[in-house]
Design a protein around this ligand. Structure first.
Ligand code: F6P
Length: 325
């Protein structure tokens, strides 16, 4: 950013996550605190390519800290990644709108998109937001805690009906490439088995754990399966055949993505949104803000884009196995 920063833009991109609204609010109000204006870009990178933006005042982001989704809306745009001309069009709009820097709020794909824009010379700062929690460079992405809490609430309910009928349930949760939702929710919900994409599932072990639980008088068995770890109906059929126990499937799907953000996500979003605005105002760009422990840290977008996805913590997975005997 050359000279004094006068105007920023903010965009939410990729899959929405609870807390994105709180992050937009923090970007806007932190910028206004420094007497910097903010434009909100609608519909993710797709809207940016069309120059679809609106000015945001302090009041425009009132009454949204508690709401899921993103009031700016979002999109997935494949051409953003593959076509530099598409990004060049977006830069043209940002120049025309007299913007000095852009905050991109989104998951790992959006952080790679932010990096591409930054490589093309545009001052960009990333804010990690994804229910999958699969963004390198931060302990937590905005929305993960809310999604995990939604899953745990569902597991508690399923356990009631599972116990009433002496049934096994296979509960499919989100996470195509990352088992963090499955692991955290499975641990918090006391699941017998947690199946994640990072580890090849062992069917014998899943069956054995259910048999052992029943032998000690357990009335229900919960198997939490990340969507990337297998097909819930196939797993259920296999379990029913091998254990002889009635087995049902619940696919939680997008129920996990919506809903009010938890307090933890609102706090995280507030801290990271404000930190992103502050970085751009100070003239620092090409980074993603995140947390390590309780500290806000920054990581070059180049490093975020080049890092492998953070997977599940093997110790936590091993603990879940020990506790669910
Ligand atoms: O990345 C977030 C996420 O919810 C994943 O867990 C899931 O695999 C994917 O998005 C679903 O994408 P869509 O909403 O585009 O179907």
């Amino acid at each position: 950013v050359s000279g004094r920063t006068r105007r920023l833009a903010v965009v939410t991109s990729g899959g929405d996550s609870p807390g994105m609204n709180a992050a937009i609010r923090a970007v806007v109000r932190r910028a206004l605190f420094a007497e910097v204006e903010v434009l909100g870009v609608r519909r993710g990178f797709a809207g940016l390519v069309e120059g679809d933006a609106e000015p945001l005042a302090a009041g425009s982001v009132g009454d949204i800290i508690q709401r899921g989704g993103t009031f700016l809306r979002t999109a997935r745009l494949e051409a953003w990644r593959t076509d530099p001309a598409v990004r060049e069009r977006a830069i043209g709009h940002l120049r025309r709108l007299d913007v000095d820097g852009l905050v991109v709020i989104g998951g790992d794909g959006s952080m790679r998109g932010a990096h591409a824009l930054s490589e093309q010379g545009w001052p960009t700062v990333g804010v990690p937001a994804s229910i999958d929690n699969d963004v390198p460079g931060t302990d937590r992405a905005i929305g993960f805690d809310s999604a995990v809490n939604s899953v745990v609430q569902a597991l508690d309910r399923i356990r009631d009906t599972a116990s009433a009928h002496d049934r096994t349930f296979v509960i499919e949760v989100m996470g195509r490439r990352c088992g963090q939702i499955a692991l955290a929710a499975g641990l918090a919900g006391g699941a017998e088995s947690i199946l994640v994409p990072e580890q090849r599932p062992d069917p014998d072990d899943v069956v054995e754990r259910i048999r052992r639980g029943r032998a000690r008088g357990k009335r229900h068995s919960l198997v939490v399966l990340a969507e990337g770890a297998g097909r819930a109906f196939d797993v259920a059929r296999m379990l029913e055949e091998r254990t002889g126990l009635e087995t049902r499937v619940t696919v939680l799907g997008h129920v996990q993505r919506g809903g009010n953000p938890t307090a933890a996500d609102r706090v995280l979003a507030s801290r990271l949104g404000a930190a992103a605005a502050a970085r751009l105002i100070e003239g620092r760009a090409g980074v993603m803000v995140g947390t390590r422990g309780d500290r806000v840290v920054e990581t070059p977008l180049a490093e975020v884009a080049a890092s492998p996805l953070p997977g599940v913590d093997p110790d936590a997975l091993a603990l879940a196995v020990i506790l669910a005997i």
